[in-house]
Design a protein around this ligand. Structure first.
Ligand code: NAD
Ligand code: UDP
Ligand code: UDP
Length: 338
């Protein structure tokens, strides 16, 4: 059924000739929303390498065709420019829902978390697909429990500058659980902690991409606040392995997917300095509002139920993104799309 993987609004209801999900391990048809982005494009690579058929839905808000261009000739790959805030009809077995403006400078402007998630859940319900939500450690807000377990309900400011991301993802989790309970949609929820690697946006203001780009450009690394706030940084291939394990497993979650190695921003700057340029300097800047003081995942649940844990430490992972950043900076590509 070669025509069925494209978008269209022809008819609701069943699709004759549709192959049911993975009978006898048939090739799966998988949608990745946000698949032109940083995490999404690595996930797509993994799914394609496993022999699956992948449809990416992306509006290129922060994603880039460049991240997927190596797949354009592949008959198992399809790219649809579409905003998930608008409904879409497809027939698929699995939906990885990543589409979301994911950094503070971008996420203030967009209702994607609520409307996009609702549409993808509606799609999952209609075709009986399994749905995976990429939620975030931000649902824990400025946590009063440390490290954070999935049972922690969080400490989120509902009216602050970051709220539309935090609360948007919390609402997305609520919607996913409601569709799971009310409409029997098979749901999976990942709470992703800070992740880095090649293809990260150069200009979306996240700390690892900022420090690495600044060190390459011989600019001072901008440390916000006193630099003593902590984060736990996960290399992207570890996250992708965790997402696939979660999708394929039998547990709804939520599951923390992150690397428990915890670093202050000053320590991170030091590792970037060691990795890229021993003469790199730092410069202090005022911090942003509501910045969480610390964050570190408790990943016992994912270890036990998904048999997953990250393998790549910060010192191993950082060098793996430097070549990609160097060549994009040289090309003058600031990650704003082709
Ligand atoms: P990214 O910005 O690189 O990717 C997001 C992708 O979604 C982009 O390709 C963008 O163009 C697309 N997109 C945004 N709005 C859209 C819309 N309305 N319709 C269609 N496409 C749209 O970010 P990322 O780091 O790859 O994040 C992927 C997912 O993982 C996000 O849901 C994010 O919230 C989550 N997450 C990421 C991290 C991290 O550290 N990278 C941490 C926690 C959660
Ligand atoms: N939806 C979609 N694709 C589909 C099925 C639904 O985009 O294949 C959208 C639909 O337009 C609606 C949302 O998903 O906005 C929720 O759908 P659902 O059927 O759960 O709710 P209803 O349409 O009954 O309010
Ligand atoms: N940060 C920083 N310098 C930068 C960008 C960010 O010191 O150039 C800090 C920021 O204040 C926060 C931490 O790094 O405390 C992580 O920020 P990021 O936006 O990467 O992730 P999040 O806050 O969503 O965890």
């Amino acid at each position: 059924d070669s025509s069925s993987g494209s978008s269209g609004f022809a008819s609701k209801g069943s699709f004759p000739g549709r192959v049911p999900a993975a009978i006898g391990r048939k090739r799966l048809r998988i949608v990745v929303t946000g698949g032109a982005g940083f995490v999404g494009s690595h996930l797509v690579d993994k799914l394609i390498s496993r022999g699956e058929e992948v449809i990416v839905i992306d509006n290129f808000f922060t994603g880039r065709k460049d991240n997927l261009v190596h797949l354009f000739g592949n008959p198992r790959f399809e790219l649809i420019r579409h905003d998930v805030v608008d409904p879409i009809l497809l027939e698929v077995d699995q939906i990885y829902h990543l589409a979301c403006p994911a950094s503070p400078v971008h996420y203030k402007y967009n209702p994607t978390n609520v409307m996009g998630t609702l549409n993808m859940l509606g799609l999952a319900k209609r075709v009986g697909a399994r749905f995976l939500l990429t939620s975030t450690s931000e649902v824990y807000g400025d946590p009063l429990e440390h490290p954070q377990k999935e049972t922690y309900w969080g400490n989120v400011n509902p009216i602050g500058e970051r709220s539309c991301y935090d609360e948007g993802k919390r609402t997305a989790e609520t919607l996913a659980m409601d569709y799971n309970r009310g409409a029997d949609v098979e749901v999976r929820i990942a709470r992703i902690f800070n992740t880095y690697g090649p293809r990260m946006c150069l200009d979306d203001g996240r700390v690892v991409s900022n420090f690495v780009a600044q060190a390459i450009r011989k600019q001072p690394m901008t440390v916000y606040g006193d630099g003593k706030q902590t984060r736990s940084f996960q290399y992207v291939s570890d996250l992708v392995d965790g997402l696939v394990a979660l999708m394929e497993g039998e547990h709804v979650g939520p599951f923390n997917l992150g690397n428990p190695g915890e670093f202050t921003m000053l320590e991170l700057a030091e590792v970037v300095k060691e990795t890229i340029d021993s003469s790199a300097t730092i410069e202090f800047r005022p911090n942003t509002a509501d910045d969480p003081h610390k964050r570190k995942p408790d990943i016992s649940k994912a270890k036990e139920l998904l048999n997953w844990e990250p393998k790549i430490s910060l010192r191993e992972g950082l060098p793996l993104m430097v070549n990609d950043f160097r060549s994009r900076i040289l090309e003058g590509d600031e990650g704003r799309g082709l």
